[in-house]
Write a protein that binds this ligand. Structure first.
Ligand code: NAD
Ligand code: IPM
Ligand code: MN
Length: 406
């Protein structure tokens, strides 16, 4: 049989509940396709902090880097919210994404016919929605420097973060998005805030970020200076989210078969609930992608339905539901495991190239919904209310005795 090693990171809250269910589904779907998995479970997030003092222990990152793919539940919770920044579960997650160099985060939002009634939007608005958010995942304001705390002239405490993108970061996420759009309906909408934000890039002469003396000299010549840091790097004003728009437009030249449009993020947030069927593929930065994908999830019925795949140039992909640790329902067997189960399907498809095994999982999820099983978040009258475990068992049954896909 083919063998793959999978690092499982259950994490916190409902993380371990949904991971234990998804692991069984992955195992069964694989075995029916002649695939054998070795699973290695590692501590991550708040659980890892309690155990080792770090939200991403070195052994966990190493195990993830060595695996063929990584499946993560969720991290975070009230207990660790007051941790110092570098000890927060969320910081561990960002370090994991950075450590795996997974810059492209694919978040599909598909309204399944079975769940049209679970959407908070009207049936005719939600019906047939099938979009993909391609979120840049290792750059932007999540990672940009300078960041930190300081005080202003009045002595007020300040917190500051920097939205920064370099050309190569925009170009590579744009390429991923164009490739995906090309295989879908050929439409790519780039979402930015080009009317306000630059994304800082110095372009006197070249597109490089200058350092040291060169930076200082360029600064003195230019009127477009934004700021200069003590470490002597300098970033200056240019057309940047303006740069974002400029680069996405430049990359479009290589994809004449894809129709590119641009939208400001505030309008995009509105259009998503006004007429979501207008979207095919959306490409956007880290923070806008975070927000818009949560919004898109609700069109489908629940955030408990949305999977994701995070991919880099090479190395293992990271697969996780887009939802968090849901502390309000953790430990009560109420979580919807389908987002994680569908993330396992993405792991098979995008991470391992095992499309048939992935299809088995997707079919089983549809079959389980056809049979009327629903967790609380997607429940509507006339259906069968089940918990996380039972939902998982039903999906397993459907993987085992497949019905033709509808
Ligand atoms: P959340 O996604 O955890 O929960 C938001 C709401 O959605 C809650 O009411 C929750 O019960 C519900 N929900 C989420 N997943 C569900 C599921 N599978 N089934 C049913 N209902 C579900 O977001 P939050 O409350 O803002 O954050 C809680 C914690 O999770 C925070 O510490 C946050 O930082 C963290 N978080 C982690 C991730 C991640 O690990 N990737 C993502 C988002 C938030
Ligand atoms: C997500 C989460 C994370 C993010 C947090 C927990 C760091 O919201 O995966 O969507 O903002 O990326
Ligand atoms: Mn999020």
């Amino acid at each position: 049989p083919k063998r793959y090693s999978i690092t499982l990171l259950p994490g916190d809250g409902i993380g371990p509940e949904v991971i234990s269910v998804a692991k069984n589904v992955l195992k069964l779907a694989g075995s029916l396709e002649g695939i054998e998995f070795s699973f290695q479970e590692m501590p991550m997030g708040g659980a890892a902090f309690d155990l080792t003092g770090s939200p991403l222990p070195e052994e966990t990152l190493l195990a993830a880097q060595k695996a063929d793919a990584v499946l993560l539940g969720a991290i975070g919770g009230y207990k660790w919210d007051k941790n110092e920044k570098h000890l927060k579960p969320e910081t561990g997650l960002l370090q994991l994404r950075e450590g795996l160099k997974v810059f492209a985060n694919l978040r599909p939002a598909t309204v399944l016919p079975q769940l049209v009634d679970s959407s908070t939007l009207k049936k005719d608005v939600a019906e047939g929605v099938d979009l993909m958010v391609v979120r840049e995942l290792t750059g932007g304001i999540y990672f940009g420097k300078p960041r930190g705390f300081g005080t202003n002239e009045k002595g007020d405490e300040m917190g500051f973060n920097t939205e920064v993108y370099a050309t190569y970061e925009i170009d590579r996420i744009a390429r991923v998005a164009f490739e995906i759009a090309r295989k879908r309906r050929g439409q790519l909408c780039s979402v930015d805030k080009a009317n306000v934000l630059e994304a800082l890039q110095f372009t006197v002469g070249s597109n490089s970020i200058l350092e040291g003396t060169a930076a200082k000299q360029a600064m003195m010549r230019s009127s477009k200076i934004l700021t200069c840091y003590s470490f002597m790097s300098c970033f200056c004003r240019d057309e940047a989210s303006m740069l974002w728009r400029k680069r996405v437009t430049a990359v479009a030249a290589d994809y004449p078969d894809v129709e590119l449009s641009h939208m400001y993020v505030d309008n995009a947030a509105m259009q998503l609930v006004r007429y979501p069927k207008q979207f095919d593929t959306i490409v956007t930065n880290n923070i806008f992608g975070d927000i818009l994908s949560d919004e898109a999830s609700m069109i489908t019925g629940s955030i408990g339905m949305l999977p994701s795949a995070s991919l880099g140039e090479s190395g293992p992909g990271l697969f996780e539901p887009i939802h968090g640790s849901a502390p309000d329902i953790a430990g009560q067997d109420k979580a919807n495991p389908l987002a994680t189960i569908l993330s396992a399907a993405m792991l098979l498809k995008y991470g391992l190239g095992e499309a048939n095994a992935a299809q088995r999982i997707e079919n089983a999820v549809l079959d389980t919904l056809n049979k009327g099983f629903r967790t609380g978040d997607i429940y509507s009258a006339g259906n069968k209310l089940v918990g996380c475990k039972e939902m998982g068992e039903e999906v397993l049954k459907s993987v085992d005795s497949p019905v033709p896909a509808t």
